[in-house]
Design a protein around this ligand. Sequence first.
Ligand SMILES: [Zn+2]
Length: 358
Amino acid sequence: MLAKNNSSKPHSLYATLSALPKIDLHRHLEGSLRLATLAEIAHQHGVDIETYSIENLRPLVQVLDDEAPNFQTFLAKFTILRKFYTSREAILRIAYEVVADAAHDNVKYLELRFNPVAQASSQGFEFDDVTDWVIEAIRKAQKDFNIQVRLIVQIGRHEPQFARQLAELAVSRRHKGIVGLDLAGDEEHYSAGKFIDIMRWAKKQGMYITTHAGECKNCSADSIREAIEVIETDRIGHGVRAMGDIHVLDLLRKKKIPLEMCPTSNIQTAAIDGLFQHPILAFHRLGIPVTINTDDPSISNITLTDDYLVTVRGIGASTTVLKKMILNAAKAAFLPPAERQKLVAYFTRALKKYNFKE
Ligand SMILES: [Zn+2]
């Protein structure tokens, strides 16, 4: 059973993990929407779904406890969520609340990825407009809450026709908080090969690159190798499938490629059959820089505190190792070197203050 917001928790450990300063490098804006907000938007704008009550909305956009883990049904939730970006105000509100929720969980540094195509599609908005609305909301939320946020523009593997435009849009806003590109989505059916030229171009323009690879059960370790050697990715999203391939493990270790791992999501997408199979600890012992992230807090019905608890109680990482994983995240931040050093220094100091009662 995975830790959930409303489930019973080992109290003292949970309280300490909750208070701990955190970093989330892998969180999708589109997977972080509050259910109550979705219900209100649906009422106000007559969103085309059968029911507007929170409890009836829940199974459409959230993985339920008794739902069979499956990668495609997990991705299908995003298709429904595309209907809720009904106006500028709705997008401003959604993006602001995503940052507020992260700050409430004591996330101090957040790299929030978003997909302009997802947010523009239902109303035919311009990609540039929805991007500027997200930037505006994030800027305000950073002033209101004690959190630093950077943005990553997501390119869907199944939507290569938009890739060039999205990369140019991200590069043109690199002084407004956009720091990177993310290749995401259906890895089983769409290889990263189509995106090589665009990703290399963006990197030359100063963008960092992260790539969802080796995320699902039927995905291959070779897709991780391709992301590293061909796309020249700076980080890998998930990378679970590396566990079956000694050469890819060696590549990750030698090149020190950080993995953005998301334990709860990895269970819900059926990447692994249970937490006992989760490779994060084995990867850590091999010297691969692993980090813990939420992926989609609303779809998974979790916070980052929950995923930290899963890593300690469900996977068996010690709290000393957990702190190392948080520092790994600081070292892997998509920031200029001087700012990254400041972040590492802040977390090194801040984490020393926390003693755990396990
Ligand atoms: Zn993801």
